[in-house]
Design a protein around this ligand. Structure first.
Ligand code: AMP
Length: 217
């Protein structure tokens, strides 16, 4: 059983790196942001409660976040383990998490703010199938259309310069201290997130002692 937390500023590749690890090692990727976005898109009661906050890129209240995380982990569909992404984001969430679950390590993806801006503002999402694109590194074959389902690509509502500035501020003020908390109790692996996706994946596996990454043919 492998249980990890992945941390890093928006755009540092948490989702991409988690998916690569999960596909190969049968881990479950738990993205708290994805859970909230799903509720917003599907107009659930919870979605209505968090829509404005999520669209503005602000942090949802701790009670609600904790209950979403608890419900998700209570499903126990993670026989081989999980990677939790986007949580914890502040001191209180970290305390709750460390009291309730033990983990094998924290993967910390480090990326300078300038590079974050460059990446996040070029990010596009397919509202049809959920596929992510990036106009710098991962362009769709036909401009503005999803390669898989042909739906018109959109920009996430929280990927605007204003929302991003707020999220960077939140990250530095609230999330960085979480890392310091973790460093006292858990093993934190610092990874340079600037290189190409495959290289970052290889570095993560090396420090965690996992089987080497072999990119698809
Ligand atoms: P993300 O995809 O991780 O950037 O999350 C998208 C949005 O979901 C955030 O901007 C917050 O509104 C909300 N969210 C996700 N994770 C958390 C968390 N741990 N605490 C509070 N809000 C969160």
């Amino acid at each position: 059983m492998r249980k990890y937390v992945i941390m890093g500023v928006q755009g540092s590749g948490k989702g991409t790196q988690s998916e690569l690890l999960c596909d190969d090692l049968d881990l479950v990727h738990i993205s708290v942001g994805d859970v909230f976005r799903w509720h917003v898109q599907h107009h659930t009661k919870l979605g209505a409660q968090v829509r404005r906050t999520v669209n503005a890129g602000e942090l949802v209240g701790d009670d609600m976040v904790e209950s979403v995380v608890r419900d998700r982990l209570d499903q126990h569909d993670w026989n081989f383990g999980f990677i939790i992404d986007g949580f914890p984001r502040n001191g209180r969430q970290a305390e709750f998490f460390m009291e309730s679950y033990d983990i094998d390590g924290v993967i910390h993806l480090e990326l300078p703010d300038d590079e974050v801006r460059r990446r996040v503002l070029s990010r596009r999402l397919c509202p049809g199938c959920g596929m992510d694109y990036n106009l710098i590194a991962d362009r769709p074959k036909v401009e503005g259309r999803c390669d898989i389902c042909r739906t018109e690509l959109i920009t996430r509502e929280d990927d605007t310069p204003e929302a991003l500035a707020g999220r960077l501020r939140d990250y530095h003020e609230k999330t960085r201290p979480v890392l310091e908390l973790f460093r006292r109790k858990e093993v934190v692996y610092d990874i340079d997130a600037r290189p190409a996706v495959e290289q970052v994946q290889a570095s993560i596996r090396k420090v965690l002692g996992l089987p080497a990454y072999s990119p698809p043919e």
